[in-house]
Ligand binder design. Structure first.
Ligand code: NAI
Ligand code: MG
Length: 342
């Protein structure tokens, strides 16, 4: 058991709506954890244009010192730019946050029964960045290691045990018996340490089918990198969409919370971004990293109260429904948090 980390946070708003939603998420965290110490740091495209470095040294230092990061989003160009590397991809790697947690539950329109946690391996698999061309043949290496598989499986089983979830191992070992076979075998060997957790397995294509047919079918999916990336996007579409989808990446030394969405240049600066994905990402840090479940519960129930009161930013409003701004929905949220102060 790791000791509970100190209540310190490095907030990195980044670009676009990251600048709008991250400070609000920090305010919500401070409302429930008044002793939280927050440092702000820079990263992203704007930082690159200004300073020639998308992830300055002092930002990485601040992240390492506080050990917990709340990251907004960065605007990465779709073409190659000399010297530019996506800072979030670098951060995930440098902090070795190997377990990516993406919960998906419908808060807005209840009824589809979805209450799923996707735990995705975040450092290897199809994203090992080993690709080459041999004439007209392109080859990508997909690296699966026993260590990499077991360490993410252990996080997933701990969560399944804590949250009473059935754990389903996702793979395609019928077609890739060596690589997916090692993944499956490693996960099953960790399962032996958690006899209280019900376990089953599913082929990745069947997983997509079941999720759409019956969103309540799975409770926790443990998946290698690429499968987890795709299935967690599917899950957030079955939930409330990007403006509401949080995530947390956990390692042994560091934690990195980030809303799933990007910098949303189409709405940046208009004051209409939905802050809930960022706010719920902060709550995940409170729950899983600082081990403050009460603080996390308070934030989550304040979000539900605000939604129940009918407050909607444009991204989650039905046609013809009145909408509110980023600041209005946040003020309502902070008011509720202030009222529920113990
Ligand atoms: P995006 O997530 O930024 O936006 C997709 C659509 O969803 C847009 O119409 C946007 O307005 C809407 N949306 C997203 N978050 C919202 C929120 N909180 N409230 C209301 N509406 C919201 O994805 P897109 O457009 O593909 O990428 C834009 C930029 O973001 C690109 O430069 C991309 O590289 C970057 N990006 C960065 C990520 C990160 O830093 N982790 C993740 C995804 C994209
Ligand atoms: Mg993705």
């Amino acid at each position: 058991m790791q000791p509970t980390p100190e209540l310190t946070l490095c907030a990195i708003p980044g670009d676009g709506i990251g600048q709008e939603v991250i400070p609000l998420s920090v305010e919500a965290l401070k409302a429930v954890l008044p002793e939280l110490k927050v440092t702000y740091a820079e990263a992203g495209w704007g930082t690159f244009v200004e300073r020639g470095d998308a992830l300055p040294h002092e930002t990485l230092q601040a992240a390492k010192e506080t050990r917990a990061v709340l990251f907004g989003a960065t605007s990465s160009p779709s073409h190659r730019v000399e010297g530019y590397k996506s800072p979030i991809v670098s951060l995930r790697k440098l902090l070795d946050t190997f377990a990516n947690l993406r919960p998906a539950r419908r808060r807005l329109l209840p009824g589809n029964g979805l209450d799923l946690l996707v735990v995705r391996e975040n450092t290897e698999g199809a994203y090992s960045r080993r690709e080459r061309e041999e004439g007209d043949v392109a080859i990508a290496e997909r690296i699966i290691t026993r260590r990499g598989s077991e360490r993410v499986a252990r996080v997933a089983f701990q969560l399944a045990a804590a949250e009473n979830r059935r754990l389903t191992i996702v793979h395609k070992a019928n077609v890739r018996p060596v690589s997916d076979g090692l993944w499956r075998e490693s996960c099953l060997s960790v399962a032996k340490e958690f006899p209280q957790v019900p376990v089953d397995e599913v082929l990745v294509d069947a997983a997509a089918y079941h999720m759409v047919r019956d969103p309540s079918h799975f409770q926790l999916l443990l998946a290698p990198n690429l499968y987890g990336d795709i299935l967690s996007d599917l899950a957030s579409a079955l939930a409330d969409g990007l403006g509401m989808a949080p995530s947390l990446s956990l390692g042994t030394e560091y934690a990195l919370a980030e809303p799933v969405h990007g910098s949303a240049p189409d709405i940046a600066g208009k004051g209409i971004a939905n802050p809930i994905a960022a706010v719920l990402s902060g709550a995940m840090l409170a729950r899983h990293w600082w081990q403050c479940p009460d603080a996390a519960d308070r934030i989550e129930s304040a979000v539900d109260t605000v939604l129940m009161a009918g407050l909607r930013t444009p991204d989650i409003a039905q046609p013809n429904e009145p909408t509110v701004s980023t600041n209005e929905i946040t003020e309502a949220l902070l008011e509720i948090l202030a009222k529920t102060m113990l």
